[in-house]
Design a protein around this ligand. Structure first.
Ligand code: ADP
Ligand code: AMP
Length: 210
């Protein structure tokens, strides 16, 4: 089962991807996490990506397509994978088609922009493993410490309100048209993003079982 989680920044893709990945026993491929790791390690990809990410802009398609091509070819993806945050443009979606990467289901997690802006101010991310928390909606057991790996929880630089507004603009212009791209293939289910985390998970699992 190859799944795409589509949605605005802050819609809950990463949160749901982690839960669904454990339940289905298939890996999550988060291009955001891969890029943040590359920036942290100062790799060539990280150096290319950093300025785009800090500005809330998209990293060039060829960088993303190269990362995902290599990642889906690994052994752990042979029973399926969850793409979180990719594709974000029509050329990225077309590259998956051209590379014969089949997609079975697309879950579009939908939520109003105002709710997203509120959510982002409370987001905390593990600097070590990328796990995501929220100070009130999904707090860690111990403040500032990742439940999963004990890493330090940090505020993402691109979660600053003005950067979030830019990311939402980019989402509406570049990423939202992907819903129609996949609707033409008949594989999209829409899920309400503005509901408790466990309810959204139930809706996603129901969509994946159909
Ligand atoms: P995305 O990966 O789509 O950018 P995240 O999964 O990181 O979004 O979620 C953004 C923020 O909102 C995080 O702080 C997360 O803990 C919180 N969050 C995710 N889903 C919900 C929800 N259903 N209700 C409230 N807060 C949520
Ligand atoms: P995310 O963690 O998904 O919110 O992504 C954080 C940032 O990484 C984005 O704002 C982009 O700058 C970059 N990024 C992640 N995935 C992609 C993608 N598929 N295409 C272009 N840029 C991406």
């Amino acid at each position: 089962m190859n799944v795409i989680l589509l949605g605005a920044p802050g819609a809950g893709k990463g949160t749901q991807a982690e839960i669904i990945s454990q339940k289905l026993g298939i890996p999550t491929i988060s291009t955001g996490n891969i890029l943040r790791e590359a920036v942290k390690n100062g790799t060539e990809t990280g150096l290319k990506a950093k300025a785009f990410m800090d500005a809330g802009a998209l990293v060039p398609d060829e960088v993303i397509v190269g990362i995902v091509k290599e990642r889906v070819a690994r052994d752990d993806c042979k029973n399926g994978f969850i793409l979180d945050g990719m594709p974000r443009t029509i050329p990225q979606a077309q590259a998956l088609v051209d590379q014969n990467v089949p997609i079975d289901k697309v879950i579009s997690i939908e939520i109003a922009d105002q709710v997203i802006e509120e959510r982002m101010t409370g987001r905390r991310a593990c600097a070590a493993c990328g796990a995501t928390y929220h100070i009130t909606a999904n707090p860690p057991k111990a403040e500032g410490v990742c439940d999963a790996c004990g890493g330090e929880l940090t505020i993402r630089k691109d979660d600053a309100p003005e950067t979030v507004r830019n990311r939402l603009k980019v989402f509406h212009e570049e990423t939202e048209p992907l819903k129609a791209f996949y609707e033409a293939m008949g594989i999209v289910t829409t899920v309400e993003g503005n509901q408790p985390i466990e309810n959204a998970t139930k809706d996603i699992l129901a969509a994946l079982e159909n």
